[in-house]
Ligand binder design. Sequence first.
Ligand SMILES: C[S@@+](CC[C@H](N)C(=O)[O-])C[C@H]1O[C@@H](n2cnc3c(N)ncnc32)[C@H](O)[C@@H]1O
Length: 282
Amino acid sequence: MKNLVLYCRAGYEKDCAAEIQVRAAELNIGGFVKTTNNQAYVVFECFAEDDGEILAQKLALDSLIFTRQMFAAGPLLSNLPAEDRVGPIVEALAAVSKAGELRVETPDTNEAKELSAFCRKFTVPLRQALKKRDILLNKENPKRPIIHVCFVAPGQAYVGFSYSNNSSPYFMGIPRLKFPSDGPSRSTLKLDEAFIHFIKEEDHETRLHSGMNSVDLGACPGGWTYQLVRRGMFVAAVDNGPMDERLMQTGQVKHYREDGFRFEPPRKNIYWLVCDMVEKPA
Ligand SMILES: C[S@@+](CC[C@H](N)C(=O)[O-])C[C@H]1O[C@@H](n2cnc3c(N)ncnc32)[C@H](O)[C@@H]1O
């Protein structure tokens, strides 16, 4: 397969594209990027036939900053006939053997997400057809490749696979985090996701444990402080605005109405410093 499809957050296509070009060149793989602003994915088309698969295998997903998920893919299947979309997709995957999972996805945009209901329904007949051909195993297997079918528009899909040891475990590469009912702001999930993404589960005990001291610059109303408090930490919350009352009642938060750029914590044993100040220049 010649292509590598990379999912990113909408608006970050240029960053994702620049990154894959540099990283592919480091592996001596040449190609060019196809993308459009706000489409939430980038396609890196390699010059050599199998290089999409080599990238999917050798380029560590965890080392990419702007990519949530990536998979080797063939050319865009456009004009999939409404009466039989399964057939051409199965043919495009004929070279894949005994995959362990099937994900029928879309890029993370509002327009593409309108296809989500269709994707869910379509998964059922496609799964059956892939199993019949032994492209997909009868039982899910986390050690085998993952088949990705990404519908970018009605009747248009990229089709391919990722290697299970170099793939996001999440559908569309996005962890589904539940917004806590007592979370002070939506942005609480950003820090939650960052912790999940950057700190390996086995390191949580040493790097994210209760009793640690932390500083949150630009803390109000307290979404990020909430994540630190929830993990049992003590937080110096720096911001001129008001902090969420319930957070203050935990006794784990000290609110400093100060300039975050000049703040010096009275305690010096700070383990975490998080910063969400909105300032110009960014
Ligand atoms: C995006 S909000 C932070 C949201 C917060 N992380 C949360 O999850 O609820 C940015 C905050 O930065 C604060 N801020 C901007 N400049 C600051 C500065 N120089 N010192 C301290 N806080 C600052 C603003 O008052 C604002 O509350």
